[in-house]
Design a protein around this ligand. Structure first.
Ligand code: SF4
Ligand code: SF4
Length: 447
């Protein structure tokens, strides 16, 4: 694609890297076929190619974005399905990230929009406040439901407040947890923010699973409390960068080659957060520790797949017999990590039959805070995904990202009014159970 930046614009490193990406795009349009918002609307400006043209215009003119441009860019899920499809290797994430920051800087959103975005960026990474907000949300649910009749966003907020959630004391504590038997790997398990409040049992299952399979697990104390993905995707560049620096300063000893505390693998069990840690290499390319950290980041499925290649998983004989799982691959895993097969392999290694829902490449509409900010698209995508999961005929659904799990539990629960809901678990929980851990409470007594 031709670009028209001036020499003075090219002095900025951000513009230089954006121009390199823009020049790779040949306008072929292959990406439109796999873009969730284009599939729904059929509108070119709701496609990756259309958005790339809008972003190019924003960057070249330096003008303030119009409400229409902002709306088309806000509708983007940052699911990166377009990156997986693009034959020219266009790094769309670099463009949309720059555009989001530019919008934040140059565009004055309507007051409620501004307030909601600021609230989400401030609240979600702070576990104590987030927990307090959920308690308040639970008590005021009837009021929220009433207000939700006048605002889809408030309705989406009300629906996302869980009926119950675990106490803070059930979270695992920082420390070093030795491997059971011979140590094969040293793994840093980084605890996240939202998942730690909504489902601390996921990290607890991961800890048991990894120790059982020869991993010494180091759980570092919280640093910034969030990997930075939440403010990053909201276009709030300064707080996101501050979190990245704070985290990295706290974790340097985990990844320095000569450090006695060094680990082989860095893991976050929410694939969205893990994928963001991998992006530290692009966010701080001049920091050797950031690049090294990103190199060691793996998804849980990739780590288990590697361990299984060394020594068979300790599967309880017959546990998977007769059980069919629907594997819902989060976008952050299949497009961010570029990993599609490892989760299926490890589930099959445990004896489960695994089915993928129709159109597995399409986003479920969770996408960080997207389901709260863009409830119309999120509702449609969530329903489509829940229907596709139900259509597999599976008895249990499995995913690897707390955002997808929260979104799809809400959508499957409505399905459950007509037929029994399908329990939806994190990959760590099902693998822990299959290899000797507790039966997840969500499975009830059904085999
Ligand atoms: S990131 Fe997803 S929603 Fe955004 S343009 Fe690409 S495919 Fe479409
Ligand atoms: S597939 Fe790649 S090269 Fe083709 S229009 Fe989309 S981004 Fe551009």
């Amino acid at each position: 694609m031709q670009t028209h930046f001036t020499d003075s614009q090219r002095i900025a490193p951000g513009i230089r890297s954006a121009e390199a990406v823009l020049r790779k795009c040949v306008h072929c349009g292959f990406c439109t076929a796999t873009c969730p918002t284009y599939r729904i609307t059929g509108d070119e400006l709701e496609s990756p190619r259309g958005r790339i043209a809008l972003i190019q215009d924003l960057l070249e003119t330096g003008a303030a974005p119009t409400p229409l441009t902002v709306s088309h860019l806000d509708h983007c899920l940052s699911c990166l399905s377009c990156e997986s499809t693009c034959p020219s290797g266009v790094s769309y994430r670099l463009l949309i990230d720059q555009a989001r920051e530019l919008i934040e800087e140059k565009y004055r959103r309507p007051p409620f929009d501004r307030w909601l975005r600021a609230l989400l960026a401030w609240l979600l990474p702070k576990q104590a406040w987030f927990r307090a907000a959920l308690v308040a949300g639970r008590w005021s649910r009837p009021l929220l439901r009433l207000a939700g009749r006048f605002s889809l966003r408030i309705d989406a907020l009300a629906r996302m407040v869980p009926g119950e959630f675990p106490s803070a004391s059930s979270a695992i504590q920082p420390g070093t947890y030795p491997a059971e038997g011979t140590e094969i790997r040293r793994v840093a398990l980084i605890l996240g923010c939202v998942q730690g409040v909504l489902a601390p049992e996921i990290d607890a299952a991961t800890l048991r699973l990894l120790r059982r399979h020869g991993c010494t697990v180091v759980v570092p104390p919280p640093a910034a409390g969030c990997c930075g993905a939440l403010p990053h995707h909201l276009g709030k560049g300064a707080p996101a960068r501050a979190m990245t620096h704070r985290n990295l300063d706290a974790w340097r000893e985990l990844v320095r080659v000569d450090s006695p505390a060094a680990v082989d693998t860095v893991l976050m069990t929410a694939s969205g957060c893990g994928s963001h840690l991998k992006d530290y290499a692009h966010l701080l390319p001049d920091d050797g520790d950031a690049v090294e950290l990103a190199r060691r980041v793996k998804d849980l499925s990739q780590l288990l797949d590697e361990l299984a290649a060394l020594t068979p998983l300790r599967v309880i004989s017959g546990i998977g017999a007769g059980l069919t799982l629907a594997w819902q691959s989060p976008c952050s895993l299949q497009h961010g990590f570029n990993e599609k097969s490892a989760p299926i392999r490890v589930l099959q290694a445990c004896g489960f039959e695994v089915r993928e829902p129709l159109n597995p490449h399409l986003c479920c509409g969770s996408a960080g805070t997207y389901n709260l900010l863009q409830p119309e698209f999120a509702e449609r995508l969530g329903r489509d995904k829940a229907d596709a999961i139900t259509a597999t005929g599976a008895t249990i659904a499995v995913s690897a990202n707390i955002g997808c799990i929260t979104q799809l539990r809400a959508k499957l629960a409505v399905e459950g009014d007509r037929q029994p809901p399908i329990p939806l678990l994190h990959l760590a929980q099902i693998l822990d159970w299959a290899t000797g851990g507790e039966r997840p409470a969500a499975l009830g007594n059904n085999k």
